[in-house]
Design a protein around this ligand. Structure first.
Ligand code: ADP
Length: 406
């Protein structure tokens, strides 16, 4: 069975084509046939396309903001040129989409129907940078494939079992009834890492209490118990929680009232400042990328050091909050760009968590760990570095749904 996965970000588009044998009951044999990405952040108004298949790497740049046209070019490389791996589009059996916001209603992977599409469109006001891009991808596949079978895999779903006290904000109740509540995001990644943890430690997932730290450009934590997320740091939008690359995370809402009243900023200006000009970038005044920040620290750049210290402060503070929700934890997982690659972030974090029974093996931590336990032998809490693979998780979810359909 060939499954195409489309994973649309606000300024990126990742896509992968997978092959999973129809009789693969264990879901372990999954082959990536083709992968492609579009990045709109490298140069203003330019899209950088990268494709890899057949051992051939293609890189090209297109001067356009037309997302649909660039996506079509990217996907066409599956059927034409040196990267071609399909005779025709009809060979694609299913398409899986990462849908960022599924609201309260969508709690598991779902076949895409007209009703599902209009729900995704309605939820666009809660995820304006993602849900419209997701819909574009769905519609493009409807044009390219004769009879597409498409599946929506929601980033909010894994958090849908959180207890009400963890989803409600202490606000007037009628706002909760209107949908102003905590949803949580990065669910596909948190769930994938939880499952990988159980495999790596050879223990049943429902017996483990985990804190998963997804630290990429966007960052969030999940507190996982009985195989589900019972608390998480992102909320109504992906702005709540940890300090991130360019997002502020949790701040005093009184700041917004002050900015509206005293500085007369508009909603759009505040949105831009909190989402794109805050976090590591805001404090350092330099960069949102953790690599640049840690390099600048070596050169004694004070604001870079302050940005790093604040990042660790808020990370540890929120890990403490997740530990309290779980009433203790057995495993701490680091994943995504920063979590997988930054030894210094892991070291500084774990050093402050010794009081919770977290003890790192310093050498294993430094030695570019990949899907490994890096806790010291005597540590009460296991510390794992896992490579997250949302696209592979989406393909597996589609495969599972297809089995039920028969
Ligand atoms: P996204 O949220 O866009 O999927 P990623 O998970 O790819 O992000 O993470 C991107 C971030 O990972 C970069 O901004 C960078 O800060 C960080 N990163 C990547 N490699 C390293 C590294 N070697 N050391 C420290 N940070 C890194």
């Amino acid at each position: 069975m060939k499954i195409l996965v489309l994973n649309a970000g606000s300024s990126s588009q990742k896509s992968c084509l997978y092959y999973i044998p129809d009789d693969d009951r264990s879901k372990t044999v999954i082959t990536q046939l083709w992968s492609g990405s579009i990045d709109w952040t490298k140069q203003q108004g330019m899209a950088t396309i990268e494709v890899e298949s057949n051992g051939v790497v293609l890189e090209e740049t297109k001067k356009t903001d037309d997302r649909l046209a660039v996506m079509e070019r990217l996907l066409n490389t599956m059927c034409e040129g040196d990267n071609a791996i399909l005779e025709s589009w009809e060979e694609i059996d299913f398409v899986g989409h990462r849908i960022v916001h599924g609201g309260s209603r969508y709690q598991k992977p779902t076949w895409i129907t007209e009703e599902v599409k209009s729900a995704i469109a309605q939820l666009a006001s809660l995820a304006p940078n993602h849900n419209p891009a997701n819909l574009q991808g769905i519609k493009l596949m409807e044009e390219l494939l004769p009879n597409p079978s498409q599946v929506a895999v929601f980033d909010t779903a894994f958090h849908s079992q959180m207890p009400t006290e963890a989803t409600i904000y202490p606000l007037p109740y009628h706002w909760y009834e209107q949908g102003i509540r905590r949803y949580g995001f990065h669910g596909i990644s948190h769930q994938y890492c939880a499952q990988q943890t159980a495999k790596l430690l050879k223990q049943p997932l429902d017996k483990l209490r985990l804190i998963t730290c997804h630290l990429g450009n966007g960052a969030s934590l999940a507190a996982i118990k009985n195989s589900y997320s019972i608390d998480t740091t992102m909320g109504f939008t992906p702005l709540e929680g940890l300090m991130m690359g360019t997002r502020c995370g949790s701040i005093d809402p009184g700041i917004l009232i002050y900015l509206l009243r005293e500085q007369e900023l508009t909603a759009d200006q505040i949105d831009e400042m909190l989402n794109k000009e805050s976090g590591l970038k805001g404090i350092s005044g330099m960069a949102s990328d953790m690599r640049t920040i840690t390099e600048a620290m070596q050169e004694n750049k004070e604001r870079a050091q302050l940005a790093f210290d604040a990042y660790i402060h808020y990370l540890c503070r929120q890990i403490g909050a997740m530990a309290a929700s779980l009433e203790g934890f057995d495993v701490l997982v680091f994943t995504a760009g920063v979590g997988e690659n930054s030894a210094i972030v892991r070291q500084e974090t774990c050093q402050r968590l010794q009081y919770l029974g977290v003890h790192l093996d310093i050498e294993k931590n430094r030695d570019s760990p990949n899907n490994e336990d890096i806790a010291a032998d005597q540590s009460q809490v296991r510390v794992l570095v896992l490579h997250t693979d949302e696209d592979c998780a989406i393909a597996q979810a589609v495969w599972q749904l297809a089995q039920v359909k028969g």
